[in-house]
Ligand binder design. Structure first.
Ligand code: PHE
Length: 339
């Protein structure tokens, strides 16, 4: 009987010094658990004289209840203390400035290329991409460019080895497509091209967008109609185009295409050097020889092609003066093209 007083005192002392809910639980088990001291007392009932058992049993039950309330109270206290500690340790200052994640944006050349693709895709053109490393055949010979043409010179073209070069024009893709696909053809071919050229408006690597249409009854008027549509969508609703005679070995007749100056609306300003027009691309009716080189009957089919510099279009559209701005990757420049 005396034991019970002892046990209460012992349990209280141990429980009160338990610092964590885990430690407290262990103390609780030590007394009330399956192998705990109180449980052991209950098991000891057997050795108690018959007449003393009821009193003994009651006493142990009281003891157990007492301890249970004790542990319950302490548990609450310990849990509360633990929560407060956690809250103060994990406190966050909601007034602190946030960390910004820098959002990227498309490069102006990529944007302009995508815009061009959108415009021409709307007119039924499909995108086809040729290789950047080309053979002399696709880049020049099949495009009716004679062996003594100045563009073939090492001064103008980067050769990798004899007969293999970095393409100087996306026109090379025209041949690759016409070899594979029978007319009607409506192809758009964007990509990098390379020329030994370097000044304010020329770069050794730049981008072109090629267009090719081959079908029956294709005329120069169809070409201008499509280019008018392109000029209106790309530059201004009021934009017009003008064709000037020119020469390319792979087109006949060939034209240089001007767009009315979007800065002055055609009146004449410093951008268009007072003429009201800006040269934007080369084009023409596909030379019969080029069609024949690809096994297309030039008596039945005709076509037109055009090729423009994407940098040039972007420079005109955004008023960029030096082509190098596109390749320096200065984020102060590039950030201006974010939406
Ligand atoms: N390939 C020509 C150039 O790079 C442009 C062009 C393409 C001209 C198609 C006519 C037809 O200058």
């Amino acid at each position: 009987m005396e034991d019970t007083e002892h046990i209460v005192a012992e349990a209280m002392a141990e429980a009160e010094s338990a610092e964590s809910s885990r430690a407290l639980y262990e103390v609780k088990m030590k007394f009330l658990g399956r192998t705990g001291k109180v449980t052991a007392l209950l098991k000891g009932m057997r050795d108690v004289a018959q007449e003393l058992r009821p009193a003994f049993g009651k006493r142990i039950n009281d003891l157990r209840e007492k301890l249970e309330t004790l542990f319950e109270d302490l548990e609450k206290k310990v849990k509360k203390r633990e929560l407060q500690k956690k809250l103060s340790e994990e406190q966050i200052d909601v007034t602190m400035p946030g960390r910004r994640t820098a959002a990227g944006a498309l490069h102006p050349i990529t944007r302009t290329r995508d815009e061009l693709i959108d415009i021409f895709a709307g007119m039924g053109f499909e995108v086809f991409e040729g290789p950047e490393i080309e053979t002399e055949y696709y880049n020049f010979t099949a495009l009716n460019t004679p062996a003594d043409h100045p563009a073939r010179d090492m001064q103008d073209t980067f050769y990798i080895r004899d007969g293999i070069l970095l393409r100087t024009q996306t026109s090379a893709g025209q041949i690759r497509l016409m070899e594979k696909k029978k007319p009607p053809i409506k192809m758009l071919s964007p990509g990098r091209v390379y020329r030994a050229d370097d000044d304010a408006t020329h770069s050794p690597m730049f981008h072109q967008m090629e267009g090719l249409v081959v079908d029956k009854n294709v005329t120069l008027c169809d070409l201008q109609g499509m280019l008018d549509e392109f000029a209106r969508k790309m530059f201004a609703e009021t934009a017009k185009t003008r064709l000037r005679p020119s020469y390319f070995p792979f087109t006949e007749p060939s034209v240089e295409v001007d767009v009315s100056c979007s800065a002055c609306g055609g009146k004449g300003c410093s951008l268009c050097k007072g003429t009201g027009w800006i040269e934007v691309l080369g084009a023409g009716m596909v030379n019969r020889r080029v069609l024949e080189n690809c096994g297309i009957d030039s008596a039945e089919y005709g076509g037109f092609a055009f090729g423009m510099g994407i940098e040039r279009i972007a420079m005109l559209k955004y008023g960029v003066r030096h082509i190098r701005a596109f390749f320096e990757n200065d984020t102060r420049f590039l950030e201006q093209f974010k939406d």
